[in-house]
Design a protein around this ligand. Structure first.
Ligand SMILES: *Cc1c(COP(=O)(O)O)cnc(C)c1O
Length: 229
């Protein structure tokens, strides 16, 4: 288990150095479909942040880890899958970050349900950067308006942007998608304080994403092996 994590961390560092990056590039371990034991094993090797696509699956894992003796707050949980309105409460209560905010309708319920927690919910706006019909994420030109709503919400903290470029695209097209995300991110940073996270890049393309400015990469398969069908 340790070999993949060390390898990925080394590749991230090499890519960041090659790109001449000054700030850190962090690793989100995408643990969807993996058992709680796999999360625990990676945590023991020093991995802190984990990403899940489904609220219920994450909650089951969090319960199993608590039963295994892991202290509350030992891990940082990111929701990276599409969020349905009827799951806003669970998302606000059981995650530290929401990376998939893509519509204004979710802002008020998320903030309201977060009110009882000691820290605000960290939020990334998901952008449908390739304009895919079937993808979640807001249109690029909807980012400024949505960002202002999040910034105005008392119990939310806007940290940046997330995207999943079209998987079928060739590397050159993917690179331009990453580049457009970087431009949106720079625009957001000029507009608001505290914007520090550009989440893009997965097992197949995280080095390319880092070259174009990613500050966080989300890696599943390359860390845990292929997911079962
Ligand atoms: C599954 C998933 C990942 C990880 O994908 P891999 O190709 O397994 O690294 C990253 N981000 C999101 C939003 C995902 O759903």
């Amino acid at each position: 288990m340790s070999a993949p994590l060390q390898q990925i961390l080394a590749r991230i560092e090499t890519a960041a150095r090659a790109a001449g990056r000054d700030g850190p590039v962090s690793l989100l371990a995408v643990s969807k479909t993996q058992p709680a034991s796999a999360v625990l094993a990676l945590h023991r090797l020093g991995q802190h942040a984990f990403g899940e696509n489904y609220v219920q699956e994450a909650q089951a894992k969090q319960r199993a880890l608590a039963e295994a003796g892991l202290a509350d707050g030992a891990l940082e949980w990111h929701l990276i899958g599409p969020l349905q309105s009827n799951k806003a409460r669970e998302a606000a209560l059981h995650f530290d970050w929401l990376q998939s905010l893509d519509r204004e309708k979710l802002v008020a319920p998320l903030s309201r349900h977060r009110a009882g927690r000691p820290t605000p919910l960290n939020v990334l706006i998901q952008v449908n950067i390739d304009g895919e019909a079937s993808k979640s994420g807001c249109a690029p030109d909807a980012v400024p308006g949505l960002a202002r709503q999040v910034v105005a919400a008392k119990y939310l903290r806007l940290r940046g942007l997330m995207a999943i470029p079209e998987p079928a695209a060739d590397p050159a097209r993917r690179r331009t998608a990453f580049r457009r995300m970087r431009a949106l991110f720079d625009g957001l940073r000029a507009e608001h304080d505290g914007i520090d996270t550009l989440s893009m890049g997965m097992s197949d393309d995280f080095e390319l994403a880092i070259a174009e400015g990613a500050t966080m990469v989300r890696v599943g398969t390359a860390l845990f092996g292929r997911r079962g069908a």
